[in-house]
Design a protein around this ligand. Structure first.
Ligand SMILES: [Zn+2]
Length: 471
């Protein structure tokens, strides 16, 4: 659906349904719409009914009041940022000494044995902590790729956390089935049986997946990577995902070792392998793709296959510089991901936007990415990668997901001739407000949905226990 069609839908609904609640956002210094005309409105505002936007424009042109009014004087308002790749449980294993200085395969090998001691409580608390960090940094929709389920852990543990904190969530049911004895990378103790993986994935889709517009929760089918699951599981996952109309997600072409494994094991490039498995299309997105070759870029562009670009993680693990400029010129949908907290080790979305811009310039020159392009990748780009047309822009008919940054902070001083560029070029700020589906989730820099202090305290106790069990 285009934004215009969505607006017509909204108008139709309005005639029959009186909203339960309205919200007026007014007097934003600048409001970035990311709409078709990429308007940036001075003294801008929004009018919201329940969970969706019904009007966007200069404050003077909007209804004068509503049930809830947010005066955004002194603020920059943008669409909520979309995070397309994460492993939130890794917030428990940040900066571990054994994994500080390794590339992907060595890094994974030293962490699998720590992660083998995860518990359901740890999954729930680390998801809350990771989501809090994301929310405070401007992210309103996140995917999470959970692919390890020791000691009775389930994806349900993450889903409960997302509902509690109020984040729009794409929960990816990851999996690993090829252990060391079968030529895979993970230890045999952390892999699952393929029949059980598929059965649990089906249960999750049938229990939780919401295909409707403005869905707060979608389930994604997401075997972990070519070096930890079989061809069969990849193929059967694709069949299941298409049967239910849900998206597919995995890791692909992350570094040169990953590409070498693909040649050695499958006799193909990662992109050829993805095509062979049926893992291309608008309903598929792959994390990293740092080493995607020209034929792969052409394939992804032709099929609408998405990429989750994770610049901090790519630098941390020395994976290389993903050719994002070339991908976008070719027409590949690209979104941004913070990646897991053990390879970033931060989940600050504005920081990730900034690193995306800086890293493209290191690789491909000063015009490789502008500040506005970087923001577009983190909003509209992420929405497209997640196969959604109801988030990523502030326009009538879109979900009421937006965030506000206070421009009066020292970090913006001297840059207010262009607050939009300032958000990307200056040091990464935290939000003052975050609204998701019309609900205020962050107000004056504080989460409204939970008391964060005790959650972080518990998180750190669990992280210590996990670390101590492994050393
Ligand atoms: Zn990852």
């Amino acid at each position: 659906m285009t934004m215009e069609q969505a607006a017509q839908e909204t108008n139709k609904t309005n005639k029959t349904n009186k909203p339960n609640r309205t919200m007026l956002v007014k007097h934003a210094d600048v409001l970035v719409t990311m709409d078709g005309a990429r308007r940036e409105l001075r003294d801008g505002g929004l009018y919201i009914e329940d969970n969706r936007i019904v009007a966007v424009g200069p404050t003077a042109e909007l209804p004068p009041t509503a049930d809830e009014v947010l005066d955004m004087r002194g603020h920059l308002v943008i669409p909520g940022l979309v995070n397309t790749h994460h492993h939130m449980y890794q917030s428990l294993t940040r900066a571990l000494p054994a994994a500080q200085n390794a590339e992907l395969f060595g890094w994974l090998t030293s962490l699998y044995k720590v992660w083998a001691n995860l518990t359901p409580e740890m999954i729930g608390i680390s998801t809350l902590t990771a989501m809090a960090e994301l929310l405070l940094s401007g992210c309103t929709t996140s995917s999470d790729h959970l692919y390890i389920y020791p000691n009775g852990s389930r994806l349900d543990d993450s889903i409960v956390a997302a509902r509690r904190i109020g984040m729009r969530f794409h929960a990816a049911r990851g999996s690993m089935s090829v252990g060391r004895k079968d030529g895979g990378l993970p230890p045999d103790s952390v892999v699952e049986r393929e029949a059980e993986i598929l059965k649990d994935t089906q249960r999750l889709i049938e229990s939780y997946h919401d295909e409707g517009r403005y869905a707060m929760l979608r389930v994604v089918v997401a075997p972990c990577s070519p070096f930890s699951v079989s061809r069969d599981l990849m193929r059967e996952s694709a069949v299941m995902a298409r049967h239910y109309g849900v998206s597919l997600h995995t890791h692909l072409a992350e570094n040169t070792n990953d590409v070498a494994y693909s040649h050695e094991k499958f006799g193909m490039t990662p992109a050829q392998y993805a095509e062979d498995l049926g893992w291309v299309g608008r309903d598929v997105w792959h994390a990293h793709c740092v080493q995607l070759d020209d034929a792969g870029i052409e394939l992804f562009a032709r099929t609408g296959t998405g990429v989750a670009h994770c610049p901090c993680s790519n630098m941390r693990l020395a994976s290389g510089i993903a050719p994002i400029k070339r991908m976008r010129l070719a027409g590949v949908p690209v979104g941004l991901g913070v990646d897991g907290s053990a390879s970033n080790d931060g989940a600050q979305m504005v920081a990730e936007v900034r690193q995306a811009l800086l890293l493209q310039r290191v690789g491909f020159g000063p015009d490789a990415m502008t500040a506005r392009e970087a923001l577009e990748i983190a909003t509209l780009g992420g929405a497209k990668v997640l196969n959604r047309d109801d988030i990523g822009a502030l326009a009538p008919g879109m979900a009421a997901d937006f965030v506000a940054f206070d421009l009066r902070q020292p970090l913006f001083a001297g840059a207010l001739h262009d607050p939009v560029a300032a958000l990307v070029f200056c040091a990464p700020p935290q939000v003052s407000h975050s609204v998701i589906g019309g609900k205020v989730v962050v107000k004056d820099g504080q989460l409204t949905t939970l008391e964060l202090g005790p959650v972080i305290e518990r998180h750190n106790r669990l992280a210590k226990a996990l670390y101590e069990a492994a050393v």
